[in-house]
Design a protein. Structure first.
Length: 600
């Protein structure tokens, strides 16, 4: 229950005087529902729904409703061209136990809410927009405080809106946007929610700028979810305090239409997680770049089913990217080169008879083209590629566009482009899904003839994160067998098994260099296994070491097991096989064996 005291009333009276409303007429287009002929109580106890709704309905051509106290209501329905203006987020607003506090009907246009609070009952909707094909459009919600609602803001078919400096406090879900909620921005809003910050279903072009996101989500609910949406952008936001070991966002579902153009750029993400931050089922155009990611020890995102195209992921302080469709086979510099004096680096060839290649003054590769069809080929000759991470850094003497074409023999299988400013090196890392194609070569060409300097060209099989100041992080099940590595490079074990290592470190550079295992993984398994006696003379115990142990033993640990007498034991890559001298005595859980298998 919300109480009013004399100090609050005195403050509100001053606010009322500041608005200079001494009586209500529809000609003024500005109404205080406390005054006649509406005479709402505003004592937080009396149901003031009828006078406030009557005040709104009286403004036939639009106007402003001025509220200076907390009003107990059921549901208020807004109209086009109406603004509700409060005297403060704590001192004025609406208290309701109804299913919806403020309802915005379909077709409502050019309306606004400003500077008041909404207090729910933990089971209702604070602001509800139920549009249809008619839509709800051209509105703003600014400096509103929404507390204790099941959903703070719920919208369908809502277009062209601004939501600014709105505080969502202790709501189960901050925002639910669906069914063509389009072209809107949330700016400097604060979300301190119990479960979810925002859900997006069939939404387009929504921006979150400078917001704060925090919550409890102790039941493991993922804070953000995206379904069949496009153009959803998060930039410059602060994110913290969600449940550990829960993804921050899920993008798509197993059988859903893919999302498009989802971006998280320049955010401060302070979460600790041993699972991925972003779980991705389907997205064309995903950009996760230049984010500060706190204490996470997890992959940055996980591509669950390989339904992704157009990925940009660079400049993050987090770790790596993980995909079910790649084994992270290392191929450092399989199309790269070192500075040299040859006309074209090893593994490359010119496109066009007049194309000139030479070493430039800065030690990089210089390419001179005289037509848009000229460039150079990079021989790859790699088969069965799911994902290819490609890194290139180059410049041109004029504003230009570099095109990178992918070929399987004569078959053209894709293209990437990179805009270049005159005289400035431009570095780009992109990931291309090749769908198990064989990649014979890449072709690099330019939109305009010029002199071009190539500093870096590298390609990596699989998805890796390449930062300007970091080496790609690779996942393997063993030290690499080929590729060029430097001292200090690391490979993380993506299939940790007993007797193996958590990771390997290159202690001497080379091709592939000398590698040393770090942090041995437990090399044995042991336990007590119980069987039903059934007259058989053979029992099997899975040792779960995934390879043949070097030593093992099995001992009888019950009377019936001892009387059966173990004759001998033989072992394979999967089981300890125990052969008894006598048939096992019939019984329930009467054959108990103590065992151990060791790889060392």
């Amino acid at each position: 229950m919300v109480e009013n005291n004399s100090k609050d009333n005195q403050f509100e009276d001053n606010i009322e005087n500041n608005f200079h409303i001494t009586n209500n007429t529809t000609k003024t287009r500005e109404i205080n529902p406390l005054l006649p002929p509406f005479s709402a109580k505003g004592d937080s106890h009396t149901d003031d729904t009828e006078p406030i709704q009557r005040a709104i309905d009286s403004l036939k051509d639009g106007g402003r409703i001025i509220i200076t106290r907390r009003f107990r209501i059921t549901t208020i329905n807004l109209k086009s061209n109406i603004s509700i203006i409060g005297s403060g987020q704590e001192n004025s607003g609406f208290i309701s136990k109804s299913e919806t506090v403020l309802n915005i009907p379909e077709g409502t246009l050019r309306w606004s809410l400003f500077n008041f609070g909404i207090w729910g009952n933990n089971n209702n909707i604070g602001i509800q927009l139920l549009g249809s094909s008619v839509g709800i459009a051209d509105f703003s919600i600014r400096e509103i405080f929404i507390k204790n609602c099941k959903v703070g803001y719920y919208s369908t078919y809502a277009w062209s809106f601004l939501i600014e400096r709105v505080r969502f406090q202790d709501c189960e879900i901050g925002c639910h946007l669906s069914s063509q909620s389009n072209q809107g921005s949330f700016i400097s809003c604060s979300y301190k929610v119990k479960k979810q910050v925002a859900t997006f279903t069939n939404c387009n072009v929504i921006n979150f700028l400078g917001c704060e996101f925090a919550g409890n989500n102790h039941d493991g609910t993922i804070p953000f979810s995206f379904y069949q949406s496009s153009g959803i952008n998060f930039k410059g936001n602060y994110i913290e305090s969600f449940r550990e070991n829960t993804p921050l966002a899920i993008i798509g579902t197993l059988n859903s239409v893919v999302n498009k153009a989802i971006s998280w750029v320049g955010n401060y993400i302070s979460l600790r997680s041993e699972v991925e931050l972003f779980t991705v089922y389907g997205c064309d155009g995903l950009d996760i770049s230049n984010n500060h990611i706190g204490t996470t020890i997890s992959p940055l995102f996980r591509d669950v089913i390989g339904n992704m195209k157009g990925i940009r992921c660079e400049g993050n302080s987090g770790l790596l990217i993980e995909s079910v469709l790649t084994n992270f086979i290392p191929n450092y510099n399989f199309c790269g080169w070192s500075n040299g004096t040859s006309s074209f680096p090893d593994g490359t060839s010119p496109v066009g008879s007049l194309t000139v290649g030479r070493r430039s003054e800065d030690g990089n590769f210089e390419l001179v083209t005289q037509s848009t069809t000229q460039g150079f080929l990079i021989n790859i000759d790699e088969s069965n590629i799911e994902y290819l991470t490609f890194e290139i850094e180059l410049k041109s003497l004029i504003d230009n566009i570099a095109y990178i074409d992918f070929y399987n023999g004569s078959k053209y299988i894709g293209i990437k482009s990179l805009s270049i400013s005159s005289g400035e090196y431009k570095k780009s890392v992109f990931i291309n899904y090749l769908n198990t194609e064989d990649l014979y070569y890449l072709r690099v060409r330019f939109s305009k003839p010029s002199v071009h300097h190539i500093k870096t060209v590298k390609a990596y099989r699989g998805i890796v994160e390449v930062n300007n100041d970091k080496n790609p992080l690779l996942l393997l099940s063993a030290p690499p067998l080929y590729g060029a590595f430097k001292k200090g490079h690391e490979v993380i074990n993506n299939n940790p098994l007993p007797g193996n290592y958590e990771k390997w470190i290159c202690i001497e550079g080379g091709s592939p260099g000398l590698w040393k295992g770090v942090s041995p993984i437990e090399s044995f398994r042991s336990g007590i296994e119980t069987f039903n006696g059934d007259g058989s003379t053979i029992k099997q115990i899975p040792h779960n070491l995934n390879k043949l142990p070097k030593t093992w033993y099995v001992q009888a640990a019950s009377k019936d097991a001892g009387e059966s007498e173990i004759k001998y034991i033989y072992c394979d890559n999967t089981n300890l096989n125990i052969v008894f001298k006598n048939p096992t005595k019939n019984g329930v859980n009467n054959i108990v064996l103590n065992w151990r298998a060791d790889l060392l």
